[in-house]
Design a protein around this ligand. Structure first.
Ligand code: PMV
Length: 301
């Protein structure tokens, strides 16, 4: 049996603006999806959602990966089992993590010898097939790990502070939120254009601050980024309440991560403040995940 795991991710800066070609900074986080594969006579896929064969309703990403390997190898049967610490559909990259971990596991089992770039590219193609459109961000960061500037794919220093995620458990559609921002941008191009380019400038300044380990300033910039995300209409009252709770209990900074409208926020905090920040977000009604940055991308366990 082979076990592979892949991490989730948060955005430190730049979601939405990245859709308009601005830079963003993403960070792989130490919550992982584990995929075990073993030779078998037929194809079975097991997860907390149940056990299926190739099934695009229940296990769309894993099914698409299996079909991909059937095209490039002589795969007839395999038993695949999935366990995940990454909340599903909350902007933390759960679909990329299961896709990438499955690709790496089947690669190891079948000896197809994919380079990491091939793993990331195949993962992106699978996400595009299942979602219709997908940016390369999640699959790339999840494959490589670490802190990455997008679209340059430049690796930054790993951030050495606490990361606290607050999940609203409110479903939000990335596609809808991206469309809302596009509509706002069409209605008020002279107003929204500069907001998006300011967000991009935060990623550029953020790059230097991350590498200088100046987390006080990184946090201040995250707070400004949050204000601009609110300005383009992707906030909600729960996300605001969790970000204020985090800041008021000693976080360096806090903002939405991902598409917004629900989903998750992320705070960075000094290690000794993590428990207080986590408690404050929980009191405000968030489901809390305490984690840290990881430079471990996809790997065989
Ligand atoms: O919520 P997520 O993790 O799917 O992130 C969406 C990020 C956007 O910038 C809003 C869209 C994108 O494809 O980059």
């Amino acid at each position: 049996m082979i076990i592979c795991s892949a991490p989730g991710k948060v955005y430190l800066f730049g979601e939405h603006a990245v859709v308009y070609g601005e830079p963003a900074i993403c960070c792989a986080v130490d919550i992982r999806t584990r995929v075990s594969v073993a030779p078998a006579d037929s194809i079975t896929i097991s997860s907390s959602l149940g056990t299926t064969g190739i099934d695009f309703e229940t296990h769309p990403y894993v099914s698409a990966v299996v079909e991909r390997f059937q095209d490039i190898s002589s795969l007839e049967g395999v038993s695949i089992s999935i366990e995940s610490e990454i909340p599903v559909g909350s902007g933390l990259g759960s679909s990329a993590a299961v896709t990438i971990a499955t690709i790496k596991a089947l690669d190891a089992l079948l000896g197809t010898d994919l380079e990491l770039d091939d793993v990331a590219r195949t993962g992106h193609e699978v996400e595009q097939r299942i979602q219709g459109a997908a940016s390369q961000t999640d699959t790339y960061v999840c494959t490589m790990g670490g802190v990455v500037m997008i679209p340059q794919r430049k690796g930054l220093d790993l951030i050495d502070c606490g990361i606290v995620i607050g999940n609203t458990n409110i479903f939000s559609s990335t596609k809808e939120l991206v469309a809302n921002v596009a509509e706002l941008n069409e209605s008020f191009p002279d107003v929204i254009g500069p907001v998006l380019s300011s967000i991009g400038k935060m990623s550029v300044t953020g790059e230097e601050l991350v590498n200088a380990k100046d987390y006080v300033s990184v946090g201040k910039l995250m707070n400004i980024n949050q204000g601009l995300l609110d300005a383009i209409g992707v906030g909600c009252s729960e996300l605001s309440s969790f970000t204020y709770a985090a800041r008021n209990s000693g976080a360096y900074g806090a903002k939405i991560t991902g598409a917004g409208g629900g989903g998750c926020m992320v705070a960075i905090a000094p290690h000794e403040r993590v428990d207080g920040v986590a408690a404050a977000i929980a009191i405000a009604g968030g489901e809390v995940v305490v984690t840290k940055a990881t430079d471990i991308g996809v790997r065989v366990e």
